[in-house]
Design a protein around this ligand. Structure first.
Ligand code: GAF
Length: 391
């Protein structure tokens, strides 16, 4: 496919991580695990309510072994900011919990160690690598958290509760990365189902798989290569605005509100934010029904409405994402396109007829000057163990 970036193969990531492990620590890693990133088809900024998400075949791989003593060592070979690639820390104790620090990437690891659900954990040494683009809005952080949790499960098994695993990883992001994220990224990285999108009810934490295997359909991710970061103030401020709106309306969340409830109760910005969330939840339910029926035109229309709402009401898009969506929608055979993830940069997701893929990529490349990269996605399974620990 023209302009397609080859989807990193788990085997290549694994081989690289094993090589570095041998160089850094000597001997062979006992365990290898893998967890995917995610792309959200629709239901953006609603995950304290409801989201419909689809996994990416881009993954984080961790290899490692348990070791004696209390000191853990972890190294990343993933592209990262100018930060040290290796970090050493002691296992947490009740009187000495693991705290945030530098390098920033290690906070996701430390958070998961801190919130791991079985004890006592042995010390470990490990190497991380990932093909999920950092800052691409494809949930590189959740895939790191979930891979780390999956690695720890091999060293010290927990009760195997998958929803509790996703919640522990979300907690790690709250406490150690200071991002007040919803649950969808961690949830889908743990519970994804091959060949299916997942409709997640983020209140009951129930997921309904929706089959998505039509060979005539392509889901194309376009990375604007504008780096997004959720650690700034915009994401927490959107979440706060939604919570304020719900509180003013006397509701426990916007899940229980209607647009009519908002009339004359909120200032104009808070009104816009709440209107987006309420309508996006409704769009998500409609989109799931459309997908079940194979009504792709209808699904695509909802995707574009979602993008426009994120741009105009929620104000989390950016000019680059708007150009990518507009360009995709000019091509015959494209059903729909929208920004995906937290926003402020990152990626778009486009649903199209398979035979329109090459011309869509070409057209986007002509219309977007910022050197986009493309990934064709298929829904994959949630986190898995590549090499289990041998007993
Ligand atoms: C980020 C968050 F981590 C998710 O929880 C979700 O809120 C998303 O932005 C927006 O839908 O990925």
């Amino acid at each position: 496919m023209a302009g397609d970036e080859s989807v990193a193969d788990v085997g290549a990531l694994l081989a690289a991580a094993r090589r570095v492990y041998e160089q850094s620590y000597g001997g062979e890693a006992q365990v290898a695990v893998c967890a995917p990133g995610r792309v959200n088809l629709i239901g953006e900024h609603t995950d304290y309510n409801q989201g419909l998400v689809l996994l990416l075949p881009l993954v984080t791989v961790i290899v490692g072994s348990s070791t004696s003593g209390h000191s853990c060592s972890i190294e990343t070979i993933t592209e990262s900011a100018d930060e040290p690639r290796r970090v050493d820390f002691d296992l947490p104790t009740e009187s000495s919990p693991l705290t945030r620090g530098q390098p920033a990437w290690a906070n996701y690891v430390k958070g998961v160690v801190q919130h791991y659900r079985a004890q006592p954990l042995p010390a470990f040494k490990a190497v991380i690598t990932s093909s999920v683009p950092l800052g691409g809005g494809l949930s590189s952080s959740a895939s790191l958290e979930v891979a780390m949790y999956t690695f720890l499960q091999q060293l010290c098994p927990d009760d195997g509760d998958k929803v509790a695993k996703a919640v522990a990883c979300q907690k790690a992001e709250h406490t150690h990365a200071k991002v007040p994220c919803g649950i969808m990224d961690q949830f889908v990285s743990v519970l994804g189902k091959e060949g299916h999108a997942l409709l997640i009810d983020c209140r009951s934490l129930e997921a309904t798989p929706v089959p998505l295997t039509d060979p005539n359909l392509v889901i194309l991710i376009t990375n604007s290569n504008v780096r997004h970061s959720l650690t700034g103030s915009e994401y927490p401020s959107r979440r706060k605005q939604c919570e304020n709106a719900a509180a003013i309306l006397g509701k426990s969340s916007l899940r229980d509100a209607t647009v009519q409830d908002l009339e004359n109760r909120l200032d104009s910005v808070t009104y816009q934010r709440a209107q987006h969330v309420i309508e996006e939840i409704e769009r998500t339910a409609q989109a799931a029904e459309a997908l079940k029926k194979g009504a792709y035109q209808e699904f695509g229309k909802l995707m574009v409405e979602s993008h426009n709402s994120l741009r105009d009401l929620y104000e989390v898009s950016c000019p680059e994402l708007d150009v990518l969506v507009a360009a995709a929608m000019e091509v015959d055979g494209v059903f729909g396109s929208r920004m995906t993830g937290g926003g402020f940069g990152g990626c778009t997701v486009t649903l199209l007829q398979a035979d329109a893929t090459d011309r869509t990529i070409k057209h986007i490349q002509e219309r977007y000057s910022g050197h986009p990269t493309f990934y064709r996605t298929t829904p994959s399974e949630g986190a898995w163990v590549i090499s289990p620990v041998e007993n």
